[in-house]
Structure formats: C-alpha cells, structure tokens
Design a protein around this ligand. Structure first.
Ligand code: ATP
Length: 212
C-alpha cells in the first residue's frame, strides 16, 4: 500500500500557510506523498475572485516545485461540478487501488465533519488527520472525535502550528496594490502579476447545499 496524504482546498492562490502546513505533515507523519487537490467548485463557500482552474493549478505547480514528495492532483477538475470529498475518494480509489489515503483537515473542519456529505463513508475510505492550531483546542477536538463511535479510530488529532495567513488577505493586498511577496513563493507572485490576477473583485456564487 502507498500512504498518501490528501490536502484539498480552493488554493486561490496557494500561499506559505498551505506549504508550511503540508511540509510539517510530511515531516511528522510517514506519508510517502502528499497531494494538493484544488477544488473545481468549492461546495462550502462563496468564492470571491476565483481564478480559473488552470491558473490555480499552475500556481500550485509553481508553489511546490522542488518539493519531491508533493504532487498536484487535478482529480476534482476532471470530476467537475461541486467538489464533494466522497466523490473524490471514490475516484482516487479507482485510480490508485494501492493508495491508503489520509485527508488533512483543519480543526474547525473536524468540528463540523459529521455534517459533510456521506461523512461515514469518507471515514471508511480515508483516515483523517485533524490539525489543532493550539494545545488548548485538543480537548474539544478529542470530544468530537469520540462522538464518531466506532469510526473514531480513523481520526488522528495532532498539534500542528500554522502560519496565520489566508488567500483572502493576499487577494486583498493585491487589489490594494500592496506587495504580497513575503506571503507566497516568488514564482507564484510573478505568475499572478504576469496574468493580472486578483486586481478587481468578482464574486463567484457557489450555491450552498451541504458541506463537502
Ligand atoms: P480563503 O482565504 O480564500 O478562504 P484559505 O487561505 O483559507 O482561503 P483554502 O484554499 O480555502 O485557503 O484552504 C485550503 C486548505 O488549507 C484548507 O484545508 C484550510 O483549512 C487550509 N489552510 C488555509 N490557510 C492555512 C494556513 N495558514 N495554514 C494551514 N492550513 C491552512
């Protein structure tokens, strides 16, 4: 079996918060590879200034260059539509029959995980690694995990510090004409500038039906 960590998101654009987190997971856990998976249409939020699929994928590719154990997967683009995690896992199980998958999620996502679409089946197909930002978050997360009954053993909670950064603040900085270079790799910043991304605000409405 091949142990593969899956890190999904909008990545609009990818930034050092994502990359630092992905590196920390690879360092601390025995994953052979970590795949970053940009969502086609994020099901859980109204995405502002959503760059095209191609641009988000290209920025991710640039962002991980030199990271030998990271890959970018276009599986959710190929599936199309809203990117529900269970469909992604079903597809990846077909494509990578020897893959042993672990989903990386943030602590806030663990708290609402049992509202995700077909969440029990997600846990049957993948383990979860839930990252707590701070030690004081651990008891609440552990309580949540225990509420999953027999599936609780599929969930690992680990304290993984994160950089306080978001794609939203990068898009806002670009719109305001500020320098965002300290927040993301130079190659990604150059790509954004060359393509003129995020200079003006457009709202992309993904109608919210259910989580993931
Ligand atoms: P936005 O500001 O547009 O909502 P974002 O910065 O939160 O974007 P996403 O693409 O939505 O980024 O996130 C992808 C994944 O990365 C999610 O699982 C999210 O929890 C995680 N993530 C986001 N920011 C950080 C960060 N600074 N450190 C670690 N993980 C992060």
């Amino acid at each position: 079996m091949r142990s593969i960590a899956l890190f999904g998101g909008t990545f609009n654009p990818v930034h050092y918060g994502h990359l630092h987190f992905a590196r920390a997971c690879l360092e601390r856990f025995l994953f052979e590879e970590l795949w970053l998976i940009p969502a086609c249409i994020p099901p859980h939020k109204v995405a502002e200034d959503l760059a095209s699929e191609r641009d988000r994928l290209e920025m991710l590719r640039l962002g991980i260059s030199g990271e030998s154990r990271m890959r970018v997967s276009d599986v959710e683009y190929r599936l199309g539509g809203k990117s529900y995690t269970i469909y992604t896992l079903e597809q990846l199980s077909r494509e990578e029959p020897d893959g042993e998958f672990t989903l990386l999620i943030g602590s806030d996502m663990l708290l609402s995980f049992d509202r995700w679409f077909r969440w029990e089946e997600i846990l049957q197909r993948a383990r979860l690694l839930a990252a707590a930002r701070m030690e004081r978050d651990l008891p609440l997360l552990q309580k949540k995990r225990d509420s999953f009954g027999s599936l609780a053993e599929r969930v690992t909670i680990a304290e993984i510090p994160v950089l306080p950064l978001s794609s939203t603040e990068i898009r806002e900085a670009i719109r305001a004409g500020k320098d965002c270079r300290p927040l993301l790799p130079d190659t990604v910043a150059d790509y954004i500038r060359e393509k003129g991304l995020y200079r003006k605000k457009e709202v992309f409405y993904a109608f919210i039906l259910t989580n993931h």
